[in-house]
Design a protein around this ligand. Structure first.
Ligand SMILES: Nc1ncnc2c1ncn2[C@@H]1O[C@H](COP(=O)(O)OP(=O)(O)OP(=O)(O)O)[C@@H](O)[C@H]1O
Ligand SMILES: Cc1cn([C@H]2C[C@H](O)[C@@H](COP(=O)(O)O)O2)c(=O)[nH]c1=O
Length: 692
């Protein structure tokens, strides 16, 4: 198996990536090569099965496991070695040679027609595939403009996932064709072998039209690698590089393992598939159908299902989908009918795909941007390994179990080794999913039934995030220009840290990478006019990102978050200042923040002329607004505080810094987590002590 399941839906990346003509050609050639790779895998598995019938010392199960093992060995052992070699040669040449080598290897298989040669070809062709993939990546660096490279690379990564179901379907059709032309092709998988040689040959020929920009000099490539390594953006790191640098934080480790585990059923199915379908009276075509079903189901789950079920909480969706994968695998293992097995194979894939996409959303929620990337960097190669390893294990377990006939009176039931392994693994997966469901949904608001009912009605069901359910504390400073928010926020952070709390000090706009870019857009005084609504939406976009990647993860950890500005700034500046509908502003901000409301908002109230005078530097786009605008903003803030006095502390910002800070501290103390006796802190190790 040369690919893994995608990490996220591609969205608009597909269209954007293909806009580059040179890249389009490279991609097309790579797609054909990847299609050939999948076809070759299925053909080799089938041939190993067919040729090992009655051929000592190989049992069909061992031969199938041998093919997968040879591929895994090539993947694990060779990348570093090949990288050394391919780095010294022109990328196009490496790609062409890799394709030509595979053409020669696959043409030789029907001629030699022994299990031993099938295993050797499995190993050698995988070496060629690894070299091909590495050279494609190097070529991409020389072909695509810098600002498009990430998108192009991401798209390239997704390609094998799209070609897998297609290759399986083509394999099934070719197997039927082989059966119709039985006199010409025996075994039937030979037809698929010839077809994949055509795919590889076409992929190689297409390289002719890939511009020679792909041929960067060794020197420039080395320069580029050094820079990329320094920047941490080196393309497609090897498995070892990724697993070495990707540290999955403890809190996300279980989820990450769970996301990998949901693919075990799919891997088992592919590994046991060829032997299993023979018990169901099917041959190579049946195997193709089974693999097409499971890979198509997975793709549907990853790309479509989660969007369809977007109103079901992801914690529930993860457990339910993993349970579906397990339960479906039990059915595949136990039924004696090929068509039913194919339907449930598709459901096995669908469950895995859905669980994966729910998992990625949960991961993103729990991590900041960098953390999230690191976890994904670990998951991608690990997933590939899990898939191949489980595919190897399935036939190896089925072998000693053996095939049995169970009789009850006149009725006989075939209990096949592969069936027992699939059903047994499905049962384990189902039980694990049930445990997972219970753990992940503990403390979740609302019921599954209510969520399903809301989905059926088409209304959104995701409950707002309530600060009451979060262990952390959220404090916001608001006010007009120069009111002293940053000064007070800084002092409060220092004080709370001294008291032993974990404090996350942040601000709006501009606390995330995206936010910094939005801040520049919003505040620079260019000559590009910005409509009030666009302005409001840009502040909301910054906030949505801020809440998801900074505020919520910190609050979930139990930290105290202190933010310099939040939603009220939009209500005051864009609502009162720009005179946009307050209800409209509330609506977009409720949506952007999942209705996350601070525990306390400190409003520092200052007459605009006084606050603006404190800032001697050049005024930005908003500061340069009229006095009337700033007066309206001030009135907007005061109005908000008057409506919800329980949540606000309004202070006169003309008072001295120390005096203001004393008031802030007095009020903040009231909302801090309960003091914990010293002796119990040693036990829990979680909560700091407040002595005052
Ligand atoms: N209570 C105060 N009295 C007088 N000056 C103050 C007071 N608090 C802060 N300042 C001064 O006012 C200036 C602006 O303070 P600060 O940056 O904290 O305000 P801000 O509200 O965060 O400003 P902005 O909204 O423009 O980012 C600084 O020079 C600061 O030293
Ligand atoms: C969050 C937010 C901010 N603004 C305005 C208010 C200020 O003029 C700037 C931010 O600058 P600061 O020095 O960091 O205070 O942006 C706004 O108009 N709407 C908002 O939602």
């Amino acid at each position: 198996m040369s690919g893994s399941v995608p990490l996220a839906a591609p969205g608009g990346a597909v269209r954007d990536a293909l806009e580059d003509r040179p890249f389009r050609r490279l991609w097309f050639s790579y797609s054909l090569s990847s299609l050939g790779g999948w076809l070759a895998l299925l053909a080799l598995l089938s041939l190993a099965f067919t040729l090992s019938q009655g051929h000592q010392p190989f049992s069909p199960e061992a031969a199938v496991a041998g093919v997968l093992g040879a591929k895994l060995a090539a993947r694990l052992l060779l990348p570093a070695l090949l990288r050394l070699a391919t780095d010294r040669v022109d990328s196009r040449l490496v790609m062409a040679v890799a394709d030509a080598v595979r053409v020669a290897l696959f043409v030789s298989v029907p001629l030699v027609a022994t299990v031993e040669w099938v295993l050797a070809v499995a190993f050698l062709s995988e070496c060629a595939a690894v070299a091909r993939a590495q050279a494609t990546n190097s070529a991409l660096a020389g072909l695509v403009a810098d600002n498009r490279q990430d998108r192009a690379r991401r798209f390239l990564h997704l390609t094998p996932h799209g070609t897998a179901p297609l290759a399986a379907a083509v394999f099934a059709v070719l197997a039927v064709a082989g059966w119709l032309l039985e006199g010409l092709f025996s075994p039937m998988a030979d037809v698929a072998l010839y077809a994949n040689t055509v795919a590889f040959a076409a992929a190689g020929v297409l390289l002719w039209w890939v511009p020679s920009a792909a041929r960067e000099s060794q020197e420039s490539r080395e320069d580029e690698e050094t820079t990329q390594q320094a920047e941490g953006t080196r393309p497609i790191p090897t498995l070892r590089e990724r697993t070495r640098t990707a540290v999955v934080p403890a809190a996300r480790r279980w989820l990450a393992w769970g996301m990998l585990a949901v693919f075990v059923p799919g891997g088992l199915l592919v590994g046991a598939g060829r032997v299993h379908v023979s018990h169901l009276g099917a041959g190579d075509a049946g195997f193709g159908v089974l693999v097409a079903a499971v890979t198509t189901g997975t793709a549907l789950g990853v790309f479509g299902g989660s969007r369809l079920l977007r109103d079901v909480s992801r914690e529930r969706l993860f457990g339910l989908a993993a349970g579906l994968a397990g339960a479906s695998l039990i059915v595949v293992g136990l039924v004696g009918d090929m068509a039913v097995a194919a339907v449930f194979a598709a459901l096995t894939g669908l469950g895995a795909g859905l669980a994966w996409s729910a998992g990625t959303v949960l991961l993103a929620r729990q991590s900041d941007e960098e953390d999230h990337e690191r976890v994904l960097d670990f998951l991608h190669p690990a997933l590939r390994f899990v898939l191949v390893a489980s595919a190897i294990v399935a036939p190896l377990l089925a072998w000693p179990v053996g095939d049995h006939q169970v009789r009850s009176g006149d009725v006989g039931y075939g209990l096949w080794g592969t069936g027992v392994v699939l059903a047994g693994a499905g049962l384990v997966a189902h039980v694990a999913a049930a445990v997972c469901y219970r753990r992940m949904t503990r403390g979740l608001q609302g019921s599954l039934r209510a969520e399903v009912a809301t989905v059926l009605r088409g209304a959104p069901a995701a409950p707002p995030v309530s600060t009451e359910q979060l262990p952390g504390t959220f404090i916001v400073f608001e006010g007009g220009e120069g009111a002293g928010k940053s000064t007070q926020a800084r002092q409060l952070s220092v004080w709370l840290r001294d008291e032993g709390f974990e404090v996350v000090s942040t601000r709006e706009p501009g606390a995330t990478k995206l936010g910094m870019r939005l801040r520049t857009l919003l505040l620079e005084r260019g000559d590009t006019p910005m409509s009030p609504r666009a302005e409001a939406l840009l502040y909301a976009a910054d906030r949505a990102n801020h809440v998801q990647s900074v505020i919520l993860p910190a609050l979930r950890r139990g930290a105290i978050v202190i933010s310099d500005r939040y939603v009220d700034s939009t209500l005051a500046y864009q609502g009162a200042g720009r005179e946009l509908s307050r209800a409209g502003m509330e609506r977009i901000n409720d949506w952007a923040t999942e209705e996350l409301v601070p525990h306390l908002t400190v409003l520092l109230d200052v007459p605009p002329e006084e606050g603006l005078a404190r800032n001697s530097g050049e005024h930005d786009r908003i500061e340069s607004e009229s006095e009337e605008f700033h007066t309206q903003v001030r009135a907007g803030f005061r109005d908000l505080a008057a409506r919800d006095p329980g949540r606000y502390l309004v202070l006169d910002a003309r008072d001295g810094e120390a005096e203001i800070f004393r008031e802030v501290r007095r009020r903040v103390r009231r909302i801090l987590p309960d003091p914990v006796p010293r002796e119990s802190e040693a036990v829990t190790g979680m909560m700091p002590i407040i002595d005052e």
